[in-house]
Design a protein. Structure first.
Length: 147
């Protein structure tokens, strides 16, 4: 049986160059930035809280007269899990942010973006990558007990 001829698919929507569509594009772009900042705040909280838990229980162990823990490796496992979740959240957010910004600069939106062809670069991506490196350092510091 012969396959039917491919029917050209119309665009999902028409992009009209107006001030409303330009400012709508800007609001969407800023919304992407706010979403990325939320991801960063959440990931930093996870990484910081994981590291703090590990540090607290390590110092508690050094207090004279303190009862030994029933499960001495539990704080390290919890800390590693929280730090790993923070790093994973950052990696997912970097992928999502990059994909969305790249989409906003595709051909249908180029006319309403109103800026340069390359777009405006944001420091958020560099910040997120730096925090992934800091999180990886914290992960290995807890894993190898370097603190």
């Amino acid at each position: 049986m012969a396959e039917p001829a491919a029917i050209p698919r119309p665009d999902r929507f028409e992009v009209r160059v107006t001030s409303d569509s330009h400012f709508g594009w800007l609001r969407t772009r800023l919304s992407v930035e706010r979403t990325m900042m939320s991801w960063i705040r959440t990931a930093v909280s996870l990484i910081g809280f994981g590291f703090a838990i590990f540090q607290f229980f390590e110092r508690l162990r050094e207090i004279p007269g303190a009862n030994p823990a029933r499960h001495p490796e539990a704080p390290q496992a919890l800390a590693l899990a929280l730090i790993a979740c923070g790093i994973l959240a950052l990696l997912i957010s970097i992928w999502q942010y990059h994909w969305t910004v790249r989409y906003l600069w595709t051909e249908p939106f180029a006319a309403i973006a109103g800026m340069t062809k390359e777009g405006v670069q944001s420091p958020l991506l560099a910040t997120a990558v730096l925090l992934v490196l800091i999180g990886a350092f914290a992960f290995f510091a807890v894993l190898l007990r370097l603190t």
